[in-house]
Design a protein around this ligand. Structure first.
Ligand SMILES: [Zn+2]
Length: 378
């Protein structure tokens, strides 16, 4: 979802577009050009309808971008870093480097988007009414009203009170300012998101089964997306609660066995992989400096007949790509870094000295023990 083609910077924020946005532009342009516009202003050649349809669709994407940019502008004003904005099938996503520090900031950042959409709806509506009053271009008037309608829908939909929608963030900010407990507020907003997702799916099903229109499928789709995103936020919040105050040093495996980078893979298999219970090894050079990490995945990628001539350091994940942490760091911050494509582990350094390793199984064991132990807050 976060992937996309970079299309430039707006207000200083890098913007990416997912390919799915092209599908949306086509779909909107097509529905305008083939149905909405010919019905409103008959008698034009198809090319004119398509031109107007594409203009409308592109202006709609620009409206979605404006919504996201306003989230980002307000976030930046509150000292929050913005990684970038991505446009995709379901609208836009602004990615921030950190979370709002106060309920008031949370509220303002969330409200900025829907407010923008509602202002745009009013602006497009006003412009269309003015154009119509002057008796100019019925096609432009129809596209303008359509843009007003869709922006109104975007504003209202995003205000629905469940995470991850903007309305859910607003709910969170209110719960947060009441309870002073941000995590509890996050859980509450995510729960509301789950309910909202289920409701939308039910509504869509009803719409579809009563055969009124195919729009029901779209509602089901959006409900499903909301439901899974809200569930993800619930899990994330549960995990945060479980790992509150836990540091890397509490769960890491100390003094991990390292593998010599100059060994051939054959020797490495004989002397390390076969005789050790581990499936990942930090790799050192001849002076004992850590160069990277090797896991069974890198090993498997080399055909057996080449293992006698390939060295461990040739296939190891280079150190700059291996997630690293310090013993005193909070575990939850390290948790996000553990992904399969970086070896599924985090190396723990004290200065330049390797002191430990955190694996996925270290984490899941810790989470399991914590969740069954008496006095657990999970
Ligand atoms: Zn928004």
């Amino acid at each position: 979802m976060r992937s996309g083609i970079p299309v430039g910077r707006f207000f200083g924020f890098p913007v990416r577009m997912n390919w799915s946005i092209l599908v949306m532009i086509w779909l909107f342009a097509w529905s305008l050009a083939s149905a909405t516009l010919p019905a409103a202003a008959p008698g034009h050649p198809p090319a004119i309808y398509w031109l107007a349809g594409i203009c409308g669709a592109v202006l709609l994407i620009a409206s979605v971008l404006a919504h996201e940019i306003m989230h980002a502008v307000i976030a930046r004003a509150h000292g929050i870093g913005v990684e970038g904005l991505t446009l995709w099938m379901f609208g836009g996503v602004a990615t921030f480097t950190d979370e709002p520090k106060t309920p008031a900031a949370d509220f303002r950042i969330a409200a900025a988007g829907p407010a923008t959409s509602l202002v745009l709806a009013a602006a497009f509506g006003g412009a269309s009414a003015a154009t119509a009053a002057l008796g100019l271009g019925p096609l432009a008037v129809r596209v303008g009203w359509w843009l007003a309608g869709v922006n109104l829908l975007l504003g209202v939909f995003n205000l629905l009170p469940g995470a991850p929608l903007d309305g859910g963030r607003i709910v969170r900010s209110i719960l947060w300012s009441r309870s002073k407990d941000r995590l509890k507020a996050t859980v509450g907003a995510a729960r509301a998101g789950v309910v909202l997702g289920v409701l939308l799916i039910a509504l869509g099903l009803l719409d579809f089964l009563t055969g009124r229109n195919l729009g029901g499928i779209w509602t089901i789709f959006i409900g499903w997306f909301l439901l899974s995103a809200a569930r993800g936020e619930q899990q994330q919040a549960g995990l945060r609660r479980l790992l509150e105050g836990v540091r890397v040093q509490d769960v890491m495996t100390r003094g991990p066995r390292t593998a010599p980078g100059w060994f051939t893979l054959d020797n490495f298999v004989d002397q390390y992989v076969m005789s050790q219970p581990h499936s990942a090894f930090p790799v050192t050079d001849i002076d004992g400096r850590v160069q990277g990490m090797i896991t069974l995945t890198q090993l498997r990628a080399v055909p057996a007949e080449h293992r006698a001539t390939t060295r461990v350091s040739d296939v190891a994940i280079p150190l700059e790509r291996v997630p690293r942490a310090e013993p005193s760091q909070l575990l939850i911050d390290v948790f996000q870094q553990i992904t399969p494509d970086t070896g599924g582990r985090v190396l723990v350094f004290e200065g330049d000295r390797l002191v430990g390793i955190v694996t996925r199984s270290d984490l899941s064991r810790y989470v399991e023990v914590r969740s069954v132990s008496p006095g657990s807050r999970g």
